[in-house]
Design a protein around this ligand. Sequence first.
Ligand code: ACM
Ligand code: ZN
Length: 616
Amino acid sequence: MIRFTSLSARRGMILAILLLVACTGKEPAREVQVIPQPQHITPLEGFFTFTRDTRIWLDEPDSGRIRTAEMLNERLAAAAGMTLAVEEQMPREQAVYFMSAPGIPAEGYHLRVEPERIVIESADGAGAFYALQTLLQMMPPEIFSPSRAPGIRWSIPCTDIEDAPRFPYRGMHLDCCLHFFSVDFLKKYIDVMALHKVNRFHWHLTEDQGWRLEIKKYPLLTEKGQWRKETVVGSLASGIYDGTPYGGYYSQEEVRELVKYAAERYVTIIPEIEMPGHALAAIACYPELSCGLEDHYETATKWGVFKQVYCPRDETFAFLEDVMDEVFELFPSELVHIGGDECPKASWKQCPHCQALIRKQGLKDEFELQSWFIRRMEKYINSKGRQIIGWDEILQGGLAPNAKVMSWLGEEGGIKAARQHHEVVMAPYPKYYLDYWQADPDSEPLAMGGPTTLRTMYEYNPVPEVLTPEEQQYIIGVEGCVWTEYMPTPERVEYMAWPRMCAIAETGWSLAPKDWDRFTRSLETHLGRLDRLDVGYCKAFRDPFIELHKDTEYSKVVTISVDAPGAEIHYTLDGSAPTAASPLYTGPFVINRQQTVSAVAVRDGECIGNVKYKNF
Ligand code: ACM
Ligand code: ZN
């Protein structure tokens, strides 16, 4: 029987360690550097060391926990060359015990590492899986190596951790329409999500620029709708096209495989089937789904919002219901995302059918027609035992009775929905938009806007303070959005998503108070794990961010910031490369037309990251 130590005893112990650290002035080598930060951490004496004699035992060997135990063995086999035996009889010591403990909150766990044993208690399989993620992050980062890491002692500092999530919905989105990504990459994406206790993969599958999901009843959707004849080069304003057909889609077999892969990692895949807008690829295949105002429809070749949208005819609803029937077969998720964003009303304004429908249904305008559209689809989806979630615009003309809202247009939609007692996932741009710049746009690849730095993402509070405590209960979680206009490759996706998604994951999971210094200290260790997992994260948070603010015609005010923990900034104004010996930045200053600001981040007397320049 494992007893929880009292809260005050735990706090006292943490304080003692902090004092010890303050007195010796050293980095706390035993600090638990896990992202997202666990709720309660109590350091204990000693270490547990994995050896070939270590055993695994499960008190309730259900398939989920068995798979989780296998995953521990998969890591140990790859990195340490050992595979632990799973015992039938409870071993007395030198074992990892997976125990069921009904009193622990959903997805939560109690992880106790003692010199002779590791005990993982949870009420559900998810909790055991998350305990494993914490445990792996407490091991040397080499545990994430794809191949044998020699000379490592596979030890874990003894610690007692009680942990449970702040929100039930911790999501990460990926748009696979603007650009297409292989199933192998999606598996890696889900692996990295799961490492961060992110449990919802919002898979954006249909768009103006391509339809990516095989639907057996409408084969043209992928035969034709996967393709666009070319793609705009650069920003959507360039007007230059690459002349190269672009396509890709997921077969139903691949979808089933990915859904199963995700479920083993306690990730639910939420498919997004866009309506009534962002439907041009489908309309290009089946023009009868549109208002019929044009002779010819083509999958979009540039980014943006298009006026060709679904016409709310019975035939359109029959099509969408058929698509949904296949979606329900493929995806066990209770929640289905129906898009709803950015639906221009121009076609509906001109369409005789739409105008007659507005009159017949007694609707005020096209916004109410949008609401009528979504309500009708919601009724069908609810009748099949599923629920809808949509972007803010589903609030237009009135929210469907059971809809959840994904708030992307800032927080307003989320606030409005919560006040109407509808559940909300906070995914606001620019705070949670991972397609925005993360550092100085002058030295970063093309992105959507911003910048939104790592620190800005970390500090964002997804529970608006203007809501009453009761209304705040309707915020069920957070999501980081990855729109891929400017992410043509997996490498670019990883570069944009990480490490900023670490910050969103921590906000979504952690009940511990936010602490930027602690987070960035953990992050420096954590990046060693991502390195071994071959995640191509962005390192720009270690670079100074120089901003020139408008002053007079002859002068600008300079501010310089850096997100790297414990770093200071040194700079020059004569064009020479700054070093640790250059003047220290202490606050905003003025430069004139002749000058170049050059800056570098310095920690413990060493330059870290890159030198950054900015000309007047
Ligand atoms: C969105 O970014 N259009 C939801
Ligand atoms: Zn119409």
